[in-house]
Design a protein around this ligand. Structure first.
Ligand code: MG
Length: 243
């Protein structure tokens, strides 16, 4: 799964550099699509049609802006000064999948938005640190939840991390809060995506009329950080690490 992880990290690095005031979300999607074609990879999103989606996704990237936090369907929107953008990308390389996400602010940042993004990064690091042989899924969940608690953030449990392998989503589900010592045991060879996402002032969400984009109920902004990792004898191995 290393090639898939490296590729997904490369695409996110390029998107992070490209995202700026005046850039359209459709341009970011087109950039990722071009990189998929050049690499001979396959998109996990374009034909994706789960029970909670209104129709096949049709794009290769999730772009969630401001009060949107997950599954943002790229549309004709030009980024403005101070926008908080979350980008989530998954692709298959030689039949193996990696999945990763990051958030950033374009133009002039609001310190509160930087703090929210930082909370998701710190929670991701804490979740990864708990992803060791002998622990259980609940240890990862509790580590993420503890960071949210320490920042005064509430955690929504509707969407979280998941097993990754030949397909993008598999067991086990990894909630972003939970009880330590409980749940599926972590053993070497298990590969999972860990993905804390938080909203400023609520844990309530709704689905946009586009059938996909998940937004905060109160309009407050969201942030999201995700890596695909393996549990190994030597500790967690992060496939989607960026330089
Ligand atoms: Mg993802």
């Amino acid at each position: 799964m290393r090639p898939a992880g490296r590729f997904v990290a490369e695409v996110l690095t390029r998107l992070e550099a490209a995202a700026d005031v005046g850039v359209n979300l459709l341009e970011l999607d087109a950039l990722a699509h071009r990189m998929i074609r050049e690499r001979g990879a396959e998109s996990c999103y374009i034909d994706y049609h789960p029970s909670f989606g209104a129709m096949p996704f049709g794009k290769v990237l999730c772009t969630s802006v401001n009060d949107a936090v997950l599954h943002g369907l790229p549309h004709d929107y030009t980024l403005r000064d101070g926008d908080l953008l979350s980008v989530d990308f998954a692709a298959s390389v030689d039949g193996w999948v990696a999945d990763s996400a990051l958030s950033l602010v374009v133009g002039t940042p609001d310190q509160r938005d930087l703090d929210l993004i930082d909370a998701t990064r710190v929670a991701l690091d804490a979740g990864i640190a708990a992803a060791v042989n002998g622990n259980r899924v609940g240890d990862i969940s509790a580590a993420i939840g503890a960071v949210a608690d320490s920042r005064g953030l509430k955690v929504n449990l509707d969407f979280g991390g998941h097993g990754v392998g030949r397909t993008m989503h598999g067991d086990p589900h990894i909630a972003n809060n939970g009880r330590p010592g409980r749940g599926y045991p972590l053993r070497p060879g298990l590969v999972i995506a860990i993905e804390p996402w938080f909203l400023h002032t609520t844990d309530q969400i709704y689905t946009d009329r586009d059938g996909w984009t998940i937004r905060s109920r109160d309009g407050s902004r969201g942030a999201h950080s995700e890596h695909t990792i393996a549990i190994t004898e030597d500790g967690p191995l992060v496939f989607t690490a960026r330089d």
